[in-house]
Design a protein around this ligand. Structure first.
Ligand SMILES: NC(=O)c1ccc[n+]([C@@H]2O[C@H](COP(=O)([O-])OP(=O)(O)OC[C@H]3O[C@@H](n4cnc5c(N)ncnc54)[C@H](OP(=O)(O)O)[C@@H]3O)[C@@H](O)[C@H]2O)c1
Length: 239
């Protein structure tokens, strides 16, 4: 597979390493320094694009890939407010798109456990639920995209919680997501149900960025010959 890397920072470099290990070729690397190379002509030399940049640039980047007619995997976080528009753009233009707030296989299994636990806890009002995420200090968005996904999964099931807040909850219907920034910390997520009698907690800890990179390359392999909108649960057959 010929891959275009849109974003050649910490994740872009790691994805390149994993892509080489899996026998792929990287034909384009875009960062802020060479945006002039981010053209339709250059993109069309790739079979698939993998985009890991920043919240401000993600929408423009993924729609540019769709305009160039190549499938695009995006891992940029912090742009959820434009995700629906990106999916609509993809559908309208007959493109291929897969976005995930977290590409690690372990986190995607953790998402399934979180959904199941939220479903079981929905009928146990004596428990209160909170979320916590810990990341490195260079992370630009808070809460993490992964924490937002976990929160949305809980909100879908909960009878008590109506919205998440990234601050101390001021009412019972708010789901508190605590964000902590320390170095070094590739990413830990905690979901905790607390009652007077006991606590139930599930935790996912990333040990390195390699898991995110591998998941992104697996996603690119999966969508490279497909049309439409996909998720990591399609790639990992978790649905
Ligand atoms: N979904 C997941 O599993 C997952 C995992 C880890 C990280 N992430 C997310 O992925 C994103 C990137 O993370 P990172 O750790 O790789 O960050 P990073 O080291 O800061 O790298 C970002 C890269 O994007 C480039 N960039 C910034 N704006 C751009 C634009 N307008 N067009 C093209 N390239 C642009 C930067 O260029 P310069 O170097 O020239 O500034 C840099 O190469 C973040 O949103 C992060 O939260 C997601």
């Amino acid at each position: 597979m010929r891959i275009a890397l849109i974003g050649y920072g910490k994740m872009g470099h790691m994805i390149e390493e994993v892509a080489f290990e899996r026998g792929h070729e990287v034909v384009l690397r875009i960062s802020v320094d060479n945006l002039e190379d981010f053209t339709k002509d250059n993109l069309s030399k790739a079979d698939v694009a993998i985009e890991f940049t920043a919240p401000e640039s993600a929408y423009e980047n993924v729609t540019a890939c769709m305009d160039a007619g190549i499938p695009v995997v995006s891992g940029s976080t912090g742009w959820n407010d434009q995700l629906v528009a990106a999916k609509e753009y993809c559908e309208k233009n007959g493109g291929t798109f897969l976005h995930a707030s977290n590409f690690s296989v372990g986190v995607n299994i953790f998402f399934e456990v979180n959904k199941l636990l939220a479903r079981l806890m929905a009928s146990q009002p004596e428990y209160d639920v909170t979320l916590k995420e810990v990341h490195h200090t260079a992370k630009k968005d808070a809460p993490s995209g992964t924490a937002v996904t976990l929160a949305e999964q809980i909100l879908d099931e909960s009878m008590q919680k109506r919205a998440w807040v990234n601050d101390i909850a001021t009412s019972k219907d708010q789901l508190f997501i605590q964000s902590e920034r320390i170095d070094p910390a590739p990413g830990t997520h905690f979901v905790k149900y607390t009652s007077d009698i006991d606590d139930i907690e599930i935790i996912h800890t990333a040990h390195s960025r390699k898991g995110f990179a591998l998941g992104a390359v697996l996603a690119a392999e999966y969508i490279s010959d497909k049309k439409g909108i996909y998720s990591m649960s399609d790639v990992l057959c978790l649905g």
